[in-house]
Design a protein around this ligand. Structure first.
Ligand SMILES: Nc1ncnc2c1ncn2[C@@H]1O[C@H](COP(=O)(O)OP(=O)(O)O)[C@@H](O)[C@H]1O
Ligand SMILES: [Mg+2]
Length: 297
């Protein structure tokens, strides 16, 4: 099995020694699960990021996806979240082994990503359907982490010594997070990363989500990952961002100002995470935060 050097580099950068150990046994782990679950490999998908995702078929030829990640809290939380969705609006988890970070998923065929749609109005129409389809209450006793936990990232940023994000913006993000929390009807299950590349078209079901992060919080926060994504190729990104905010608040019946406050809060957190992870795209996200502030005025 060939594992590209690009993928290996990404994994060692992100996970260090545990990533290296995982890569060393990846080929044999894949082989073990192909045999155990009686699968035939069709090879990895072309857009690997931090997980090894393989197209497979089962013993009767059903197309499925085998997804392997470094076993950690995030991978087991993804499995727990997929179980909570149970196929509603999100590709179904068929088998899993949390200890080894392995998932067998329903394959969405043909699996075209929402980022491949060019007409922004069509994108918004389909996005809105998926956002509605994956609303779920948080079941009693669910182990889903809270957005409160995520937002500790702003405090970490304050203590990091970095000053690329203005402290007045960090403070605004903290204030708006508190304001949205104080006016919330209570936490729901959120997908946590519902952007264009995590929404795929399936002949059988229409547009569906994949790859949930799984976090408990106010549903307004579940649009932010989409709002700030896929803007840099657009001729007028600020206008597109405004169209997204206006259309989503209108069609989902969300309070526009509250939505912008949620977007400023979470967008700032994303930018802080980006700096922490040395992701050059953090500046694009920060630009969106500044535009959200303009829209609010
Ligand atoms: N259930 C699925 N059906 C079809 N394609 C999938 C499915 N899950 C993942 N893929 C493909 O693999 C890519 C990476 O999978 P994803 O779960 O998003 O991994 P990551 O967590 O690394 O982002 C997706 O963008 C998509 O192209
Ligand atoms: Mg993904």
């Amino acid at each position: 099995m060939q594992i590209s050097t690009e993928f290996q580099g990404k994994i060692t950068n992100a996970f260090g020694e545990s990533g290296k150990a995982w890569l060393e046994s990846l080929a044999s782990t894949v082989q073990t699960y192909l045999e155990k679950w009686e699968l035939t490999s069709e090879g990895p998908v072309s857009n690997l990021s931090y997980n090894y995702v393989i197209k497979v078929t089962d013993s009767v030829g059903t197309p499925l996806i085998l997804k392997l990640g470094v076993p950690n809290f995030d991978t087991s939380n993804e499995m727990a979240t997929l179980q909570l969705y149970n196929g509603d609006g999100c590709a179904k988890l068929l088998k899993s082994d949390s200890k080894n970070g392995v998932m067998l998923l329903e394959r969405l065929v043909p699996g075209k990503m929402l980022s491949a749609e060019t007409d922004e109005r069509v994108v918004l129409e389909n996005y809105i359907k998926v956002w509605k389809a994956i609303r779920k209450p948080l079941p009693d006793g669910a182990s889903t982490p809270s957005l409160v936990h995520w937002f500790r990232g702003l405090t970490n940023y304050r203590h990091s010594g970095d000053s690329q994000i203005k402290m007045e913006h960090v403070q605004l993000a903290e204030e708006y997070f508190k304001m949205v929390m104080d006016t919330s009807k209570g936490p729901e299950l959120l997908h946590g990363d519902l952007h264009h590349e995590n929404i795929l078209y399936a002949e059988q079901h229409g547009w569906m989500a994949i790859d949930p992060k799984g976090v408990a919080g106010d549903p307004y926060f579940d649009v932010v990952s989409f709002l700030v994504n896929q803007l840099d190729s657009k001729p007028n990104p600020k206008n597109i961002l405004k169209l997204r905010v206006d259309t989503i608040s209108d069609q989902l019946g969300l309070d526009r100002k509250r939505l912008l406050k949620a977007a400023i809060a979470l967008g700032t957190l994303y930018a802080c995470w980006g700096i922490e992870d040395s992701d050059p795209d953090w500046e694009k996200t920060y630009q969106c935060v500044k535009w959200f502030i303009d829209f609010l005025e």
